[in-house]
Design a protein around this ligand. Sequence first.
Ligand code: GDP
Length: 435
Amino acid sequence: NSIVAIVGRPNVGKSTLFNRLVQRREAIVDSVSGVTRDRHYGKSDWNGKEFSVIDTGGYITGSDDIFEGEIRKQVNLAIDEADLIVFVVNVEDGITPMDAEVAKLLRKVKKPIFTVVNKVDNAMREPDAVEFYNLGLGEYHTIASINGSGTGDLLDALAEKMPEPEEVDLEKEELPRFAVVGRPNAGKSSFINALIGEDRNIVTNIAGTTRDSIDTKYNRFGFDFNLVDTAGIRKKSRVKEDLEFYSVMRAVRTIEYSDVIILVVDATRGFEGQDQNIFWLAEKNRKGVVILINKWDLVDKETNTMRDYEAMVRKQIEPFTDVPIVFISALTKQRLFKAIETAVEVFERRKFKIPTSKLNDALLEIVKSYPPPATKGKFVKIKYCMQLPTPTPQFAFFCNLPQYVRDPYRRFLENKLREMYDLSGVPITIYFRQK
Ligand code: GDP
């Protein structure tokens, strides 16, 4: 899974291009989760190649009044983390001093660079783009990201430079893969070390599935699993924001190859934006999730502290509120066993299967008592439902007018399923299909 980073100065059309590149896929994912939010990371695929796109502009603060230092930082992030770099310039402005600055940085880079001249929205403009040869980056692509023209050719060119998909045979791998992710200093390494540190011979380090992780084959408390450690690999002397970016990037790569995401949160900082980002990534990728509130030893506790804290976190992760939350201390080794046990439970629950007849017996009653509300005078009749033969629980409800079922009803059914069957921490997907 290649990472494509989009760089360029503000207002050249980076985010429009970003939306173009990820559009099709994202649209599907969003309609499933029913959630929209600002996105700087998205997934897509083209010609059979799956890839992630990052709008690096989204990670840069004050990007409307950007300083040279900021853009340098942005470009360096892209250089370090991405496999392919898309450099966006605007034909209306010609080469600005800042464009020249970016090009200078990019000329030294060995990775494939794609210079993209934006706002070439009619053929008359094509000749104007020629001046961008002077950037010294070779061939360029012209696009009009506003209407999408040129993006197909750009995607063709990008896909051509992407390696064939990594051969990760998840079917063959019987051991559950637990990814430990979280913000810098949340305590990921401490958690892993507390689990494996004292008795090194219970673990075998094996090559990470992706080059950003170290996998540790783990066998303890009677469980066998692979711990995927994203904290172990670090780059030195990074400023704080860069570290944030890296921790999200690591999570991006790792989450896809894992079964259960163990999200480590620093109790003294609360559940913040980046924690949420990682959480959404896990949900989007339909992974099991366990949230560990670490450093609980540092929190002054009164009678309801834990309960209140838990409620606060649940509020932040709506509507996925039944994810298990475990309060731990990697330092004092509190509830580490509980944490692993919970991850194993989530892993087992992801494999939940129910026969169609049983599912219908239980759900059709409910659907009869609480049918979907009429939308625009249309009455939806759900005839039957079934679980799809997918690795994680997905259900199809067959009805006459699937397009008239609204999100609240989808969530209602999801909640019913969660009430009836223990699916805490497990992503559920519900489809409505014509019958
Ligand atoms: P990582 O970046 O997520 O791998 O975080 P580290 O494991 O390096 O931990 C960051 C800092 O928090 C270190 O100074 C740890 O000693 C400290 N720390 C980690 N877990 C705990 C904990 O449960 N309690 C306390 N008091 N400190 C912790």
